[in-house]
Design a protein around this ligand. Structure first.
Ligand code: THU
Length: 158
């Protein structure tokens, strides 16, 4: 199941507010009985489809997955690979809004790097529906190793 938002050019403040609301909603579905840290994500594809994700923990701990990767893997498994932005809302269970800003873990940054253009993909750190910080993937993962590094010589972007 996915949501749709009407697209304006780039990721406007209005788009970001809609994504923030969807990330906060996804956070309500967090399965986090071990950390009690609830995270929701809303990933915006180029055609306006939004894929939501939440963190899903496991009694064996290491099979746990972050909200961001849940959203990306849902989207990629639905044949989508063109993304514009992701909103992330995280905080301890029961925390009141505004939440502290929750930035993606290193593994999720690397997974985003696989599918998203670091120079245009926006990461929105959500504190509430109207309070958030927008930044670029390249700022959160500088000097990243990505698919471009494995391309043949001459075709490399950096
Ligand atoms: N977590 C996320 O889902 N996304 C993040 O960006 C940071 C951490 C999850 C993983 C784990 O279920 C819980 O938050 C505590 O680390």
């Amino acid at each position: 199941m996915s949501q749709e938002i009407e697209l304006s050019k780039g990721v406007t403040h209005e788009d970001a507010e809609k994504l923030a609301a969807l990330a906060l909603k996804a956070r309500e579905r967090s399965y986090s009985p071990y950390s009690h840290f609830q995270v929701g994500a809303a990933l915006l594809a180029a055609d306006g489809t939004v894929y939501q994700g939440c963190n899903i923990e496991n009694a064996a701990y290491s099979p746990s997955v972050c909200a961001e990767r849940t959203a990306i893997f849902k989207a990629v498994s639905e044949n989508r690979q063109d993304f514009k932005a992701i909103a992330i809302a995280g905080g301890p269970a029961g925390a009141q809004l505004p939440l502290p800003a929750c930035s993606p873990c290193g593994v999720c940054r690397q997974v985003l790097m696989e599918f998203c253009d670091p120079d245009s993909f926006e990461i929105i750190l959500v504190r509430s529906q109207t309070e958030f910080t927008q930044m670029l993937l390249r700022d959160l993962l500088p000097l990243a190793f990505g698919p471009g590094n494995l391309r043949k010589k001459g075709k490399r972007k950096v």
